[in-house]
Design a protein around this ligand. Sequence first.
Ligand code: PHE
Length: 335
Amino acid sequence: MTTPDEARAELLARIRTSDQPQTVLRSPELRELADNIKDLQPEERSGAGKALNELKQELLRAIDERQAELDEAGTAPIDVTAPWDVNSKRPDLLPTETGTRHPIATELERVVDIFTRMGFDAHESRQLDDDWNMFGALNFPEGHPARDGYDTFRTEEGFIPPAHTSTMQNRVLKAGKAKLEAGGQIASISYGRVFRNEDVDVTHEHTFYQVEGVFVSKDASLAQMLGVLQSLFETYFGQKLKIKTQPAYFPFVEPGLEFLIEKPAQLGGKGGDWLEVLGCGMIHPNVLLAADIDPTEYRGFAWGGMGDRMIMLKYGIEDIRHLESGKLAFLRKFA
Ligand code: PHE
């Protein structure tokens, strides 16, 4: 049978290292000590009860001390330039592993790299935007039912965590207008996080990643777009791929398409497994006009999508939720 004296050292040590010291009061050891008293002879009970009470008082004092220490550490400014042990609550414990890059960061960089080698410039997309960039500039009139297709979140001030990277199109077009006028072209990608009001399951996340492309010149064509995209996917997966498109509706392109690739053989594709990887099309004249670009003189194509799905396909990840989970067991596979 454990005695209060035997439990003391262990419980005090736990309090001194805990971030929530008061939880030690709910330890099984304390419950056991209280239970033991019931089984004692009547004349032993008061002595044992007193010893248990003294132990509890001592633990409470230790908890107060530890809590004060934690409160102080919590409010003390952290010197972010200092070596890790200066800020650590437990400088006696060495960190046992170093962090690694997240697979999303690694793979997005790979995609950006392929596009920059094709001559595109690249920008990270915004993570908070407004109604104009999410809808107005993309040819979604006020009250148009296509707005409902994007189940967006809104802040109390009316800002929108973007539901797609197409929110970058108007900025990219406006910034590139001077290049067009100087006889050049706009070739730009925007990559980053997007957010939707989704019911989360193995294939749906409320937070995911897209890569958006915008290309504008005097004679841009769908054929050029298909060439750019096929070449991207073949470079990324390191093998020849079959592609196909099917019609789709997005207010900001006309015609609008879904772009599919056949699941690569090296990733277990047996032929005929088609995967939808992005939405695309010729930029709608109203979207060019919203950036003050004359649609009778210039044309463009745009696409968006591909982020998480490509990563899942490449690594055989079956559950999209792993990517945002921060779970070490998952992340260590990419170390
Ligand atoms: N933004 C669209 C989506 O995420 C995809 C898209 C981008 C379609 C660009 C056409 C052109 O649903």
